[in-house]
Design a protein around this ligand. Structure first.
Ligand code: ZN
Length: 476
């Protein structure tokens, strides 16, 4: 059956900003490995009479995130109180932004399965996080370390038409947050959290269908699976003429069954009684400051991917090259000097990535990429073979050695001297005279065996191209 319906998906993404301290107090924001309630003070615990102050660094990071997402940075913005009660919210309200967020109207280009797409961002605002409650059968435990941590919340337009669109977008956002040091954006640690809403509508129809929301999804995989299930569920109901059974509600996702389930239906829209935060001044930024901030935004991953594709690199490789900030920095540095993205990509994703996987304690921050440049240039100039390069790679990286020195010390330089190689070729052909007969009587495949023998005799140092040419000459 041809597909009659198209999915319409929108996202709300929370990113925990990587400032040193919390949003409105001087408590550390680096609470990941701390004891419960180690980082708390009267401000983030909401003691009466305590007064908040705005963390400049967090505001800067939020605006930078907006700039990277192509948003307009608002010259005037303010904080508002969003009132609701929950035990892990000690103040009885969240300090958020209602009608004047720091950024609005963004647009992010994303590469989805090799194709360029762009998705609109409605707004980005700043707020503080709540604490964490852990419930057991007999009691509830509260940890306020996270209370007051700075969050940037971005709301997209409902521009996504498939789970693949969504994963590609989230991946790009995560890469940008890490590239610009805005957030660690680890979903499993709650540094990046995502609410997804999804509805379906007949193709060609403009009006949205009834949407279902799924909150606090914590992995790309679960988001994709939950969306696939939900789209299928809604499509089946529509096809069966049971459109009315799709109700506006919040649904949970069970990763074990791969199914979504009803959590709570949307009653009346909650009244948060927003009003301007009386204890904080508005946020003002000048045009000059906005211009300066925009200049800080480097080339984004999606644009790099397009450049790599143009250079003949495959989509999977191009994608892998932008996944890690340091791996990408090494690749950019080395490929610029070797002027060959393909060879550089092979080394970065091959030997270098293997080394990093095998030596998890090794950090690329300590790696001198100039050595990889020299190694590749040695190959490009026929000074060493690929095989020798692979042999010395680990020594080069683990001891931070110049590969040229290793080659020299070990006498591994490739032999391109025709005279010396010719002697070896002749020796091999004499030793294998029976094979030479067979070759001459038409067994062309034996040629490879001669090359192999010569390479072996030269201990891998003979230039294979020279060997090929000489053998062809000697055998004709
Ligand atoms: Zn505090």
């Amino acid at each position: 059956m041809t597909q009659k319906y198209e999915p319409v998906i929108g996202l709300e993404i929370h990113a925990r900003l990587k400032s040193k301290t919390k949003m409105f107090c001087a408590c550390s924001n680096n609470t990941w490995k701390s004891e419960p309630n180690e980082h708390t003070c009267p401000i983030c615990m909401g003691f009466p009479g305590s007064l908040p102050t705005i963390n400049k660094e967090a505001v800067y990071l939020g605006r930078k995130m907006g700039a990277a997402l192509g948003c307009e940075i608002k010259k005037f913005s303010k904080f508002d109180r969003k009132s609701y009660f929950y035990p892990d919210l000690p103040l009885g309200f969240q300090t958020s932004q209602f009608d004047e967020p720091v950024c609005e109207h963004g647009n992010l280009q994303v590469i989805v399965s090799g194709e360029k797409k762009s998705f609109r961002i409605n707004r980005l605002h700043l707020e503080n996080d709540a604490g964490k409650s852990t419930h057991s059968a007999h009691n509830s435990l509260l940890d306020w370390n996270r209370a007051g941590s700075p969050l940037a919340e971005m709301v997209t337009e409902a521009d996504f038409r498939s789970p693949t669109d969504v994963s590609a977008f989230l991946k790009e956002v995560q890469r940008i947050l890490r590239l610009l040091d805005i957030s660690d954006a680890d979903m499993d640690k709650g540094m990046m959290r995502c609410d997804v809403n999804v509805s379906i509508r007949p193709f060609g129809q403009e009006k949205f269908g009834t949407k279902v929301e799924m909150k606090n999804m914590n992995s790309f995989r679960n988001i994709e699976k939950a969306l696939e299930f939900e789209i299928d569920r809604q499509t089946k109901l529509c096809n069966a003429g049971k459109k009315d059974e799709i109700v506006q509600e919040t649904r949970g996702f069970n990763p074990d069954t791969g199914k979504t389930f009803s959590q709570r239906s949307k009653e009346e829209a909650m009244d948060y009684r927003y009003f301007p935060e009386p204890d904080l001044p508005p946020l003002i930024i000048t045009q000059e400051e906005i211009d300066a901030l925009q200049k800080e935004i480097p080339e984004l991953p999606s644009s790099k991917i397009l450049r790599y594709l143009d250079a003949g690199i495959g989509i999977a490789e191009a994608d892998a090259l932008v996944n890690d900030k340091y791996v990408n920095a090494v690749f950019e540095f080395v490929s610029e000097k070797t002027e060959d993205m393909k060879i550089t990509s092979n080394w970065v994703l091959g030997a270098l990535s293997k080394y990093l996987n095998d030596n998890l304690e090794y950090s690329l921050v300590n790696f001198n990429p100039e050595n990889l440049v020299i190694l590749i240039q040695l190959i490009q100039n026929n000074k060493i073979s690929n095989k020798i390069a692979n042999q010395i790679f680990d020594e080069m990286i683990s001891e931070n050695k110049n590969p040229e020195e290793i080659v020299e010390a070990k006498g591994l330089a490739q032999e391109s001297d025709t005279g010396a190689i010719e002697i070896i070729c002749k020796e091999v052909l004499e030793e294998k005279s029976d094979l030479v007969e067979a070759y001459k009587s038409g067994k062309d495949k034996l040629f490879g065996a001669f090359v192999g023998q010569v390479m072996k005799k030269s201990k891998g140092k003979a230039n294979p191209q020279v060997v090929n040419e000489l053998l062809k000459k000697l055998l004709s």
